[in-house]
Design a binder for this molecule. Structure first.
Ligand SMILES: [Zn+2]
Length: 272
């Protein structure tokens, strides 16, 4: 049966033309109180976009538990602890002792690979609880998934230079030359590219600056959908299609790294 199905794929050339697999390194399955799509619909969206891995980070963490428990075929779920119970925690999590408790309690599930996505700006990152969380992550080999400005990013690394950080949105608008310097200075830094400005021009062509950055640093970037609101789920296919359009302008080796190989190297592959 399997051979027959494979035979059909090979005969039609579908296997050779399957779109490049993509690891979605910035995904939320938020539920406040109900998810926009039920689990089966979400798994179908991943299937039709050839999404083979996700960093799952949801508010509350229940959405991530469900994605882990779903054991979607061909899908690697890499769970991160979200330090939020409700949306308002975004403003206060970094010095709220209840959030430190939440992180400890969630970690006991035993399957988490990181903490985030969390939002932190400027000197808020200097606080004692943030230092505690960064050290907690380093000691347990966890990643941080930080939506932050450059000042906060430097403070996070200042707490512990061994931190490993997925930089959500790669600073949004931090000049590419500065992104390059930061990547060179901090080997534990990976740039996630959702909402990142300047990658393509109005016509969809890769900008010269980003083409050059991808040429030298293709091992340092990840893709993400950032399904933070329902509209992003509605637009999921379009978001992934947008990535494919500029990935196609890169040498295949570099495109594959950004699309999936970097994440697979860091977090493992489906079936591991
Ligand atoms: Zn997000």
């Amino acid at each position: 049966m399997v051979a027959a199905i494979l035979g059909v794929f090979v005969a039609t050339g579908a296997l050779a033309q399957a779109p490049m697999r993509i690891f979605d390194a910035h995904l939320h399955y938020n539920q406040e109180p109900n998810p926009f799509y039920d689990l089966s619909k979400v798994l179908e969206i991943f299937r039709r976009n050839n999404i083979t891995g996700i960093i799952a980070t949801s508010r509350p963490n229940k959405g991530t538990h469900q994605l882990v428990d779903a054991k979607g075929p061909g899908l690697t779920v890499v769970p991160f602890i979200r330090p939020y119970r409700t949306r308002s925690d975004i403003q206060t999590w970094f010095d709220d002792p209840a959030i430190w408790e939440l992180i400890q309690a969630e970690y006991k599930r035993g399957y988490y690979r990181g903490i985030g996505e969390f939002h932190i700006y400027g000197k808020s990152a200097a606080g004692e609880q943030v230092r505690q969380i960064v050290n907690f992550a380093v000691e347990r080999n966890l990643w941080l998934h930080a939506h932050c400005d450059e000042e906060a990013l430097l403070l996070l690394f200042g707490h512990n230079p061994k931190a490993r950080i997925v930089w959500a949105h790669t600073g949004f608008s931090t000049p590419p030359a500065r992104v390059r310097e930061l990547l060179d200075e901090y080997p534990g830094l990976m740039g996630e590219l959702s909402y990142r400005g300047g990658i393509t021009d109005a016509g969809g062509r890769l900008s010269a600056e980003w083409r050059a950055l991808f040429a030298s640093h293709s091992q340092r970037f990840l893709l993400g959908s950032d399904t933070w609101i329902n509209e992003r789920w509605f637009a999921y296919d379009t978001i992934i299609k947008g990535y494919r359009e500029w990935l196609a302008q890169l040498p295949t080796e570099h495109a594959e790294r950004i699309a999936h190989r970097n994440a697979e190297k860091l977090f493992g592959q489906a079936g591991d």
